[in-house]
Design a protein around this ligand. Sequence first.
Ligand code: ADP
Length: 496
Amino acid sequence: MDNETGLPPELTHLDIQKMLIRLQQSEARLDMVVSSTKLGTWDYKPLTGELLWSKECREIYGLAPGVKVDFDLFVNQVHPADKGYVLELIQQAMDPKSDGKYDMSCRILRCDDGSERWVRSQGKVSFNLLGQVEFFIGTVLDITENRLAAEKGARLGAIIDSSEDAIISKTTEGIVTSWNSSAERTFGYTAEEMIGQPILKLLPPERLDEEPMILARLRNGERVEHFETVRVTKFNKKINVSLTISPIKDAQGNIIGLSKIARDITEKKQEELRKNDFIAMVSHELKTPLTSIRTYIQVLLARSKNEEDAFKTNALTRADVQAKKMTSMIQDFLSLARLEEGKIRITKEEFELHDLIAEIASDAQFLTSSHQVKLVDCKDIRINADRDKIGQVLINLLSNAIKYSPKGGTITIGCTKNKKDVKIYVSDEGIGINPLDQKRLFEKFYRVKDEKIKTISGFGIGLYLVAEILRYHDTEIKVESTEDVGSTFYFMMKCS
Ligand code: ADP
């Protein structure tokens, strides 16, 4: 040993200088870590009662600079409910028989505003040869945000797990990453059996192309909601499900996964099938007598016209209009049943649009005396479509325009021709439809729940059929509407 410095004699001044520089560097590095992580440090010497808190530690506790800190102040700031547990852990760490390690998370009440925060404190006790605590040093970190995030995660997890719907997440390649208890009940596979497996396991062979189609729609920014389809369970049973799928995006907006909610609608589908069967049967039975009633009315109407009996002619004309209304209702019911069975057939022919629209507009005028049905010229436009079905679409739109314009007004049916397309529209000056309902009008059995239309009867299938018939013609029904001003329903068709 060097007598003056107490250092080994082989160490030169240069070595010492290097060691000092290294020490300064590592202190600087530690300082950087401490300040960038907002990690507080503390130093407690029980033998003298001295307790030192770093600047960061004081900030965490909301302690003003200059205020002296001691053990009592520290204990005072621990949340009353956590005090007992914290003191016990300190005691354990200071027990000479222990390894002296200390790690605890608790709530504190900040000195400045009394607000509650969560902190995690870790430390180590050093004992002297007498088994007394020489010093107790450690760190403290504010973990409130992590704690809240974890609590939120746990709450969400509990909701997901108690959900009646199957909630599944998967990668963009279709590999399952999470699987809740309802997914286990619905599809029969446990989470262990499905996590890491391809979702394609649930798809019947004839629907394998649905997954890429859904992904393409999501990539296009479209939402996939209430998509009704069929999936297969572990026990090879086919079930009807309604899927709502949303993309999971990273901070840059890239799709990194998909979350899927699947609702088992098998019961509902069976119920619908039974309802459809019933509707189809009743409608079919009503159709034959109604056709014969209409024939008799026509014959009587022709006679009364010949006899120039104005009263009879008027009465029979009204009876004919009502019978026609019934025919179109029955027609809607039968179309619905056929559509559900996938039996709807589109027979296209080329025809003059004006003739069809004029026929329908004049029939519609008979249905109402309080509205004026105006036809805007559609001459010289030919389209290739199913004439009867397009007629059914227009009748439905016109009869709705009459029904939902209780104060009368003008109802306009007309066309606007572009180069290759024609826009066919029906507009009214009626009650209008609010934006939220506009989105759902074309769903089966959907009716607006509003005081204004409480007394207007209907089944909520007219617009569903309109949308479906037009879908079969590769086009789409659209609506523009303002409440208490009126609505315009329109669609585009290719001209021949
Ligand atoms: P229904 O008329 O039998 O209820 P629809 O499917 O034809 O069934 O229409 C669905 C709903 O859309 C109606 O209940 C009504 O609330 C609303 N609706 C349809 N057409 C109009 C219209 N022209 N003006 C205002 N509301 C309309």
